[in-house]
Design a protein around this ligand. Structure first.
Ligand code: PHE
Length: 452
């Protein structure tokens, strides 16, 4: 497929673009999956919930359970060749609103994700220009910066503008091209930093922290955290993978690609741990720092590195920026494609409309650390509220409904597992009963209706 198909669409509904190559699809899907979830959240969550034991549960959940909604999203996209609203509408007109709920979810996620994206740009710049002096109290620096009324907002808008350029330009010449450049660059930087980290004296402790399973930590809470992390990290439950699946040609094998995405995504998450923890242990810092790990603990590491600490810091934050950008592009593309098709807008108008909505959400989220810190809804700041509502509630709700709809209404043929009868049987049991039940359980726990 050439770019010509998307250069001048005669109407918003003109021929859909397709990925120009299989690699283009894999890099874009991996780009969507790999993001702050892997580099920023996975390592500290894994550390907190038993290291290797958490990893084990995470991998089993990924391969046996989370593959089902991933497969369903790719399947719906590939089958109906529509973005999320159109795809649900093709199943049944009454399901259109569920499509919009998916769009709502991804836009809510953008609200807090892009705020963090803005912080990352700030850190790239301060390290690049050397504006952060040695001996800084990094926790205080970070808190002061995040609490400022204007600067973080400007950075968040900048992050949004940079992300929006790519979907604005189209699927092949924007989204696919961006991923084809940023993902390989990301992987090279990651590999380089993992190797450097292994040369530090704390490498052994770091490896132990990540891989030594602490089986006493096996419990329902750990299971739920791993489940939520896996769903968020795979970008399912908000139509992103459905949108990317809609640009696939009909012959692409979905099972194979789902496993490639899962394998790549898990490997990258583990690599993030391998990059971060040896350094944290070498300098006797706290691995359980939590969300501040990247913005507070790592700057302390960079300061103490014997050689080129600033250079390594720039590399690390650029890596984080690329990971965040390839995800934010997927988020925007999900809503833009839906607006374009279902509201009959041009791609450019749809991009501007989505950006305008994200700007409105970014304001309360970004200011949650300063001006609006004391404004709480249900005991949460806007940032936490958006995170909780989208990641803990809507994401599993959407995934659960997706499985039920595909399992009971769409009923894919055994082509989905390449005609393997045994696999097809297992797939159906998982799809119709087990995965929806687990998702329902996680929703009820998330809402505190079931107390663990
Ligand atoms: N999976 C991404 C991450 O791990 C987040 C994401 C959510 C990306 C929704 C696209 C859509 O950070």
């Amino acid at each position: 497929m050439t770019n010509a198909t998307e250069i001048k669409p005669s109407s918003a509904q003109s021929a859909r673009p397709e990925w120009t190559s299989h690699m283009g699809f894999i890099l874009a899907s991996l780009g969507s999956a790999v993001g702050l979830g892997n580099i920023w959240r996975f390592p500290y969550v894994m550390g907190k919930y038993g290291g290797g034991a958490f990893l084990l549960v995470y991998m089993v959940l990924m391969c046996a359970i989370c593959i089902i909604p991933l497969l369903c999203e790719l399947f719906m996209g590939q089958k109906y060749k529509k973005a999320v609203v159109g795809a649900y509408e093709s199943v049944d007109k009454r399901l259109k609103s569920l499509g919009w709920l998916n769009v709502f979810t991804v836009i809510l996620i953008s609200g807090f994700y892009f705020a963090v994206g803005g912080w990352i740009i700030h850190y790239v710049l301060i390290y690049f220009t050397g504006a952060i002096p040695h001996g800084t109290d990094y926790a205080q620096y970070f808190n002061n910066f995040a609490a400022r009324p204007v600067l973080p907002l400007l950075y968040a808008f900048l992050f949004l503008a940079v992300s929006a350029i790519f979907p604005y330009r189209g699927v092949n010449s924007g989204v696919e091209k961006a991923n084809k450049i940023m993902m390989p660059a990301f992987l090279i930087m990651l590999l380089f930093l993992v190797i450097i980290s292994q040369t530090l004296p704390g490498a052994k402790d770091g490896l132990e922290f990540i891989f030594k399973p602490d089986f006493s930590k096996f419990n329902a809470e750990m299971f739920l955290i791993a489940f939520g992390q896996a769903l968020f990290s795979l970008s399912v439950g908000m139509g992103a993978m459905m949108t990317y699946g809609s640009y696939l040609n009909k012959d692409t094998s979905l099972v194979d690609n789902s496993y490639i995405i899962i394998f790549g995504e898990t490997l990258i998450a583990i690599s993030a741990g391998l990059m971060i923890f040896p350094a944290v242990f070498t300098y006797g810092l706290n691995p359980g720092e939590g969300p501040g790990l990247v913005f507070v603990t790592l700057p302390e590491v960079f300061e103490q590195l014997p050689f080129c600490g600033n250079l390594i810091a720039v590399l690390f934050f650029v890596l984080l920026l690329f990971a965040a950008l390839t995800s934010s592009i997927a988020m925007l593309e999900t809503s833009i494609a839906a607006f374009r098709e279902s509201l009959n807008m041009s791609r450019q108008k749809a991009t501007l409309a989505v950006c305008a909505i994200v700007v409105v959400l970014l304001i309360p989220c970004t200011l949650s650390f300063g001006l609006l810190k004391n404004i709480q809804v249900f005991g949460k700041t806007f940032f936490d509220l958006f995170d909780f509502t989208s990641s803990t509630v809507l994401l599993p709700v959407n995934s659960c409904l997706l499985c039920l709809i595909v399992g009971w209404l769409v009923k894919p043929s055994d082509d989905i597992v390449k005609g393997n009868k045994v696999l097809y049987f297992i797939f159906n049991i998982l799809l119709k009963y087990i995965v929806p039940a687990l998702l329902l359980f996680s929703i009820l726990c998330g809402l505190n209706i079931i107390k663990l």
